[in-house]
Design a binder for this molecule. Structure first.
Ligand code: NAD
Length: 270
C-alpha cells in the first residue's frame, strides 16, 4: 500500500478535532479530505469554517457526512458516544472505515459497536497513544506476577472539561488486569473509597479520579503489597500523541476487512 489514505475528521472544532487536523496535515501518508462539525458549533470560540490552516487547503468543511462522503475513505471520530454511534451507522451504510477515539460508551453501546463492526472496518480504542498501549502490556505482565496478592488501585487525572469518569483509558487498564486475573471488572471495580470502614478487599480493583486545569491525561496503576509496591505511570503532555496514533490507525485500517480492532493490533503489540 503506497497511496495516501483519504480521511475525514468529524468533531473538527473540538479539542481533539483540531489536533487531529494538525496531525493529518503533517502525516506523509494521510490526505485530509474533509472536516465535519455540527452546525453552529463554536466550542472554545472556534468555528469549523475558521479552523486554522484548513480554509486555505482543498478540504471540504461541512456539517454533513453525506456531503463529505466523496472526499474520504476513513472517518476519524472523537465526538460523543451518541454521535459516534450515528456516524458508525452511517459508515456501515456507506462503505467507509471508521476510527473511534470517543470514550464513555456504556455496555449496550459497546455491543452496538460490536454488531456494526461485522460489516464495517472499525478501530475502537479509548487511548491511541503508543505509550499507553505499551503500558497495557506492562500491566498484563505485572498482573500475572503480582496481581493475585496485591491491592490494585488505578488513579487518573484529566482536564476540567472532560465529560466521563473514570476515563476510558483507566477502565481499559482495569479490564486488562481483570482479564489477566480471570475476574469480571464489573463485579470487582470499586469507584472511590470514601467512607470505607474495615479492611480493604484484595479482590477489588479501585478507581480514583482527579479533574483539574488542563491535565491532558495522567494514569497510575499501583500493585501494593505489605513491604513493597510497583507503580506504573503514563503521562500524556500533548494531544498530538493521541492524534498521531489515530493517523496510524486510519492508515492501517484502510487495508483491513470488516471487524473490530484495537490499538494493540494497529501497533502490532499482540
Ligand atoms: P470536545 O467536546 O472538545 O469535542 C467534541 C467535538 O465533537 C465538538 O466540537 C462537538 O461539536 C463535535 N460533535 C459532537 N457530535 C457531533 C456530530 N454529530 N457531528 C459533528 N460534530 C460533532 O471533546 P474532546 O476533548 O475533543 O474529546 C472528544 C472525545 O475523545 C471524548 O470522548 C474524549 O474522552 C475522547 N478522547 C479520546 C482519546 C483517545 O486517544 N482515544 C484522547 C483524547 C480524548
Amino acid at each position: 500500500m503506497t497511496a495516501k489514505v483519504r480521511v475525514a475528521v468529524v468533531g473538527a472544532s473540538g479539542r481533539m478535532g483540531r489536533t487531529l487536523i494538525e496531525a493529518a496535515k503533517q502525516h506523509d501518508m494521510i490526505y485530509l479530505g474533509a472536516a465535519v462539525e455540527r452546525t453552529g458549533s463554536t466550542l472554545i470560540g472556534v468555528d469549523a469554517g475558521e479552523l486554522a490552516g484548513v480554509g486555505t487547503m482543498n478540504v471540504a468543511i461541512t456539517d454533513s457526512l453525506d456531503i463529505a462522503s466523496e472526499h474520504f475513505d476513513v472517518l476519524i471520530d472523537f465526538t460523543s458516544p451518541e454521535s459516534s454511534l450515528v456516524h458508525l451507522d452511517w459508515c456501515s451504510k456507506n462503505n467507509k472505515a471508521i476510527v473511534i477515539g470517543t470514550t464513555g460508551f456504556n455496555h449496550a453501546q459497546k455491543e452496538m459497536i460490536n454488531a456494526f463492526a461485522e460489516q464495517t472496518p472499525v478501530v475502537f480504542a479509548p487511548n491511541m497513544s503508543v505509550g499507553v498501549n505499551l503500558t497495557l502490556k506492562l500491566l498484563e505482565l505485572t498482573a500475572k506476577v503480582m496481581g493475585d496478592y496485591t491491592d490494585i488501585e488505578i488513579t487518573e487525572g484529566h482536564h476540567r472539561f472532560k465529560k466521563d469518569a473514570p476515563s476510558g483509558t483507566a477502565l481499559k487498564m482495569g479490564e486488562v488486569i481483570a482479564d489477566t486475573l480471570g475476574r469480571d471488572l464489573e463485579e470487582c471495580a470499586v469507584y472511590g473509597r470514601e467512607g470505607m470502614t474495615g479492611e480493604r478487599d484484595r479482590n477489588t480493583i479501585g478507581f480514583s479520579t482527579i479533574r483539574a486545569g488542563d491535565i491532558v491525561g495522567d494514569h497510575t496503576v499501583m500493585f501494593a503489597d505489605i513491604g513493597e509496591r510497583v507503580e506504573i505511570t503514563h503521562k500524556a503532555t500533548s494531544r498530538m500523541t493521541f492524534a498521531n496514533g489515530a493517523m496510524r490507525a486510519a492508515y492501517w485500517l484502510s487495508d483491513q476487512d470488516s471487524g473490530l480492532y484495537d490499538m494493540q493490533q494497529v501497533l502490532g503489540l499482540n
